[in-house]
Write a protein of this length. Structure first.
Length: 535
């Protein structure tokens, strides 16, 4: 029988992201995808700033930026009337909103995985599985129908809304579907609208809402857009045949009343009918099995949250699985995946439902929730695996435990000519401990920090990487335990509210794990016992 540590079911963006994160942490994994080959359909299109930060960590950001296009905002109009524009405000996020078709997202992740020696097994289906206290046994079928079994320690279902894993675990998928049928099309739209903006056109008849057309630019070919709108009335019944995708002629017919004078659509590359559901799994885990992405949550596409939420699900899960498979995860660490990510999924479902309800009743939807849609505000405050030891008022302006760890620019390291971003230091696969030394730090402070580094290194090895961050005017005593980066422009101190001698421990998924207003080795060791076993 074949064996592995983690079996991933599903080779779409979420399964690929999980495989990549496990691969760079040297975890044994296998991934199967029932599709015989990757699809080239333009499904998910938006990539949020938070996902781009995740990709910066795992080394695929540059490839994504070469394929995608940054969105500047949304233009709106009623029929052929004047347009209004909701610009993405400058500075709302440290990196913008990218538009990139799902097939490019999958290709970028697949290529990154291949460079590290990983591959997805296409044309392989999960038939069923059983689990006990020691592991999971899965029965698989290849494209030729031949069956085989694989034993794994953990199984993760990234297999979409109709997830075999979720169903096999008996987990309820709570929610419902909207009654309406919609159409998607990947087409060329020739018009004078600005290319880097999404377009929203509301169609009214006698003052009543009849349809809403959304056009999002697909980068790579001039004038290509993914268009979405309601299907014609005869396809709104429960027994309508949706197997044959909409033709170019049907799309033209339904879109024509909403297009500006002189505009046209052509060159249909792909189309489909779809219905929108809003559902969330009652649980994200059962025993040694987990679900992520559409297997765990599905919701209206407003704001482009779906795929991105799934990618961040597995960013949360991957480092915890890596520690568990290495025998270095503290009790309860894997339980924190569901505890942290299900509330996030529920919030996304509820928020997109409210906006979808507005769209279907009045058509009056504003694309002005840029900061919320950026996913930079997602947090895990109150999680069992975050904490702090701070006096009242200390670190008041810094990120709290469970919040996103912001970048800091302009760090300087001796003999390195160019400035360094804190985000570059966050690319380590484990935790990153930042020991801050303020302007009044003494020789004793550096000595205590060196002793702290020795204690943490002896207990946890490279599960915790340590950097020192030194205030612009602080005198340095280097004990050669860790690099000392000068906060030359004070950007770290400002972003983290750092003063005196304090520390921040950052998780591998770029959230604050723990913070303290002093370099207290004993307190840090006590916190780490919640997360890591001693090596």
């Amino acid at each position: 029988m074949e064996t592995t540590d983690v079996l991933i079911v599903g080779g779409g963006p979420v399964g690929l992201q999980l495989a990549l994160e496990l691969q760079r942490r040297e975890v044994r994994w296998r991934a199967i995808d029932q599709r015989p080959r990757p699809d080239y359909f333009c499904k998910a299109l938006g990539v949020t700033p938070r996902t781009l930060e995740v990709w910066d960590q795992c080394g695929v950001l540059d490839a994504a930026l070469r394929r995608g296009m940054f969105l500047k905002g949304m233009e709106s109009a009623v029929d052929r009337g004047p347009t209004s524009c909701e610009e993405i405000p400058p500075g709302v996020a440290p990196i913008g909103f990218l538009t990139m078709p799902q097939y490019d997202t999958e290709d970028v992740l697949r290529r990154a995985l291949a460079r590290r020696g990983g591959t997805i097994e296409q044309g392989v289906t999960l038939i069923d599985f059983t689990q006990d206290a020691d592991g999971v046994r899965a029965r698989l079928a290849g494209a030729d129908g031949a069956e085989r079994q694989i034993a794994c320690r953990y199984l993760v279902g990234c297999d979409g809304a109709h997830s075999t894993v979720r169903k096999g675990l008996g987990i309820e998928y709570e929610g419902d579907a909207y009654a309406m049928t919609f159409m998607l099309g990947d087409v060329v739209v020739r018009w004078d609208r600005r290319r880097a903006y999404g377009q929203r056109i509301t169609h009214l008849e006698d003052g009543e809402l009849r349809n809403v057309l959304i056009c999002i630019p697909i980068p790579g070919t001039a004038n290509r857009y993914r268009v979405s709108l309601a299907a014609p009335p005869e396809l709104q019944t429960d027994d309508a045949d949706l197997a044959t995708p909409p033709s170019l002629e049907m799309l033209r017919s339904e879109i024509a009343p909403m297009l500006p004078e002189g505009a046209s659509i052509s060159d249909l590359r792909w189309s489909s009918y779809f219905r929108i559901s809003h559902r969330i799994a009652a649980r994200y885990a059962s025993g040694r099995c987990f679900i992520a992405g559409d297997a765990a949550h599905i919701h209206p596409p407003i704001g482009g949250q779906g795929m991105n939420t799934g990618l961040q699900d597995v960013q949360n899960l991957a480092w915890k699985l890596a520690l568990a498979t290495a025998g270095r995860a503290a009790n309860g660490l894997l339980d924190s995946y569901a505890e942290e990510r299900r509330p996030v999924g529920l919030e996304v479902v509820e928020r997109t439902m409210r906006r979808m309800d507005e769209s279907l009743t009045t058509g009056d939807v504003h694309f002005d929730q840029w900061l919320a849609d950026s996913q930079l505000l997602v947090n895990h405050r109150g999680s069992r695996v975050v904490g702090e030891d701070v006096a009242a008022g200390a670190l008041a302006n810094g990120p709290k435990p469970g919040e996103r760890a912001p970048d800091a620019l302009g760090l300087r390291l001796d003999w390195i000519a160019h400035p360094i971003r804190l985000a570059e230091r966050m690319r380590v696969p484990g935790h990153l401990l930042l020991l801050y030394f303020g302007s009044g730090s003494s020789a004793d402070d550096f000595a205590r920090a060196a002793a702290l580094a020795d204690a943490i290194g002896q207990r946890h090895g490279d599960d915790v990487t340590i950097d020192g961050i030194v205030a612009p005017d602080a005198a340095v005593v280097d004990h050669e335990r860790f690099p000392l980066l000068r906060d030359a422009d004070g950007t770290f101190g400002a972003a983290y509210g750092a003063r005196g001698t304090c520390l921040y421990l950052l998780r591998p998924d770029r959230y604050v794990a723990y913070r303290s207003d002093r370099h207290d080795a004993a307190a840090l060791v006590r916190y780490l016992e919640r997360v890591l076993r001693v090596r």
